[in-house]
Write a protein that binds this ligand. Sequence first.
Ligand code: FEO
Length: 169
Amino acid sequence: MNEKVRALLNQQVNKEFYSAYLYLDFSNYFEARGLDGFANWYKIQAQEERDHAMLFYQYLHNNNEAVTLEAIDKPEAVFDSDMAVLKAGLHHELYVTSLINDIYEAAQDVKDFRTMQFLDWFVMEQGEEETNANDLISKMELFGSDPKSLYMLNSELAGRVYSAPSLVL
Ligand code: FEO
């Protein structure tokens, strides 16, 4: 494998674990707020991010490439309001999309078609992640200022259940 592509894939293992850590901290914030549905939503999001990390990890091993596990950064504090947390989530997903695109571009430059095909799933997944983050912000804008509506939204988010990624390596 091309060294630049390998290094970017390796870096993405860390970035996805960081995403898990960030979303766990969002969950942590909402637990403390008493909004258990929001806390559930982000705890499941954290699980999905760990899955993403493991897909990059496994892909490298499946291609006989070494993986180096680096320290995971402390999540940035964004907790001055519920909406600030939701917006930080969208901001983070846009950043992750840019990282996936960068790896894709590096793979394309060296005609690494296998890695491009692997990344196709993540390109699609990032589209869903951005939509989810945007939807959550829209719902909060519509309903967040009314306590009864916020209660209903919290109840809706409490219903999110974990499902394993559709990509299996
Ligand atoms: Fe693994 Fe939310 O991107």
